[in-house]
Design a protein around this ligand. Structure first.
Ligand SMILES: [Zn+2]
Ligand SMILES: [Zn+2]
Length: 403
């Protein structure tokens, strides 16, 4: 046992023969002292009960203690020496005990030590069970794939390097009874359908990890294509693309964007192409696109970017939206740069990458004609005609924009 101070050594040499002073003590012993000696036989009084030295027994452990009571039987100026691991516990009791008796103080000390040892045993028990489960999990997996094991949350994060050299992570949660119980996927960055299929398969962590690896390999063509689009085009949506995103919306002009949606597991099929923006421009561009598609078709031998360039009749994709700050901007809906309700077309969409500007009245009429748009009090809410991000548009001209 390690002690906080060296005073015990000094004490034991000073009182190396406690029984020699015993008889003197016994002459003036009081009832409390008798009770203490009964309940705490390993605690020996010295110096006319002004010092108590020995052990307090708790369950199967003995806690060494030295109590000084200079004004015994009063607890005034009582001091306690003990090992550092129980010191904080006993000091807090000492502070509460000033106007109690030494016997009561000793009883609270025993009580506190008892609950402390119980607590320590319980947490040890819990850790043992968790540890056993962890060992089962680790045995199942190769340690090199495990990037994180969280003892509190009972989660394990596994990493996989795919054949293109990209890293992927899967976080799985399990409980104490694993492998009797099924695991839950806590974090995964794969397209929704793939993630749902993995989640639905009741499996061990190892089986789940194997399916995860297969799914990742199957999805490489999607991510390569998305990467190429991001390199060649100004992607306005998703703002921060993730591996789960199966579409990219691309800037063409300030009044026209195009969205390309993939079937993540059928990358050898033509993606779904949709134009967004100014109605007249959308109509014109889609019909041009469709007629070119009819004549030249979608060439599976070529990349998505190359196919798009041919079908859109462009050599390069515009790199970035460069909004002219001098010219009044054109409303994407009415294609006019003029003034409506006394104001020119302005930015309503919260997507920073979206270049769209609208007249309030044009936007309101647009939403009003949509089936999905909803009106709440003085606002109507619907998708941005250019990038599909939700926009709140005031119903009346005098209501300020809610952003
Ligand atoms: Zn307009
Ligand atoms: Zn927008």
């Amino acid at each position: 046992m390690v002690f906080g101070s060296g005073s015990f050594a000094v004490v034991s040499t000073l009182y190396s023969h406690p029984l020699a002073v015993g008889p003197a003590i016994m002459e003036s012993i009081d009832t409390q002292a008798l009770n203490i000696l009964n309940e705490y036989p390993l605690l020996v009084p010295y110096s006319n009960f002004k010092k108590w030295e020995g052990f307090v027994q708790v369950k199967d452990m003995d806690v060494q203690i030295e109590i000084t009571t200079p004004l015994y039987p009063s607890l005034k100026d009582v001091s306690i020496k003990c090992s550092p691991d129980v010191y904080p516990l006993l000091i807090s009791l000492k502070n509460q005990a000033e106007d109690s008796s030494l016997l009561n103080l000793l009883r609270s000390i025993s009580h506190a030590l008892k609950s402390k040892s119980l607590l320590a045993m319980e947490s040890l028990e819990l850790d043992k069970q968790k540890l056993q489960t962890f060992i089962i999990v680790l045995k199942e997996l190769e340690a090199s794939n495990v990037v994180n094991l969280n003892h509190d949350a009972m989660t394990v994060t596994l990493r996989y390097e795919d054949s293109s050299g990209e890293f992927h992570e899967l976080t799985v949660q399990f409980d104490d009874d694993y492998p009797k119980t099924t695991v839950v996927i806590k974090k995964i960055d794969l397209p929704t359908e793939t993630a749902a299929a993995l989640e639905g398969s009741t499996a061990t962590i190892k089986q789940l990890y194997e399916s995860f690896k297969d799914s990742v390999e199957d999805l490489i063509p999607l991510w390569e294509t998305a990467k190429e689009l991001e390199k060649e085009c100004w992607v306005i949506d998703p703002e921060v693309p993730q591996r789960k995103d199966t579409y990219r919306r691309i800037f063409l002009t300030t009044d026209l964007s195009v969205s390309i949606s993939f079937n993540s597991l059928r990358m050898n099929e033509m993606p779904e192409i949709k134009f967004f923006g100014c109605v007249s421009v959308v109509e014109q561009k889609s019909s041009e696109f469709m007629s070119r598609l009819d004549s030249i078709g979608w060439n599976m031998e070529l990349s998505v970017v190359s196919n798009l360039k041919m079908l859109l009749a462009i050599n390069e994709f515009p790199r970035k939206c460069l909004n002219s700050t001098q010219d009044p901007l054109e409303c994407i809906i009415c294609a006019s740069s003029g003034v409506e309700d006394g104001t020119p077309a302005q930015k309503w969409c919260n997507n920073d990458k979206c270049p769209s500007v609208y007249h309030r009245s044009c936007l309101y009429r647009w939403f009003d004609s949509l089936q999905g748009a909803k009106q709440y009090w003085d606002y109507i809410c619907g998708p941005c005609p250019y990038c599909k991000v939700k926009i709140w548009c005031p119903v009346k001209e005098d209501v300020s924009a809610k952003r």
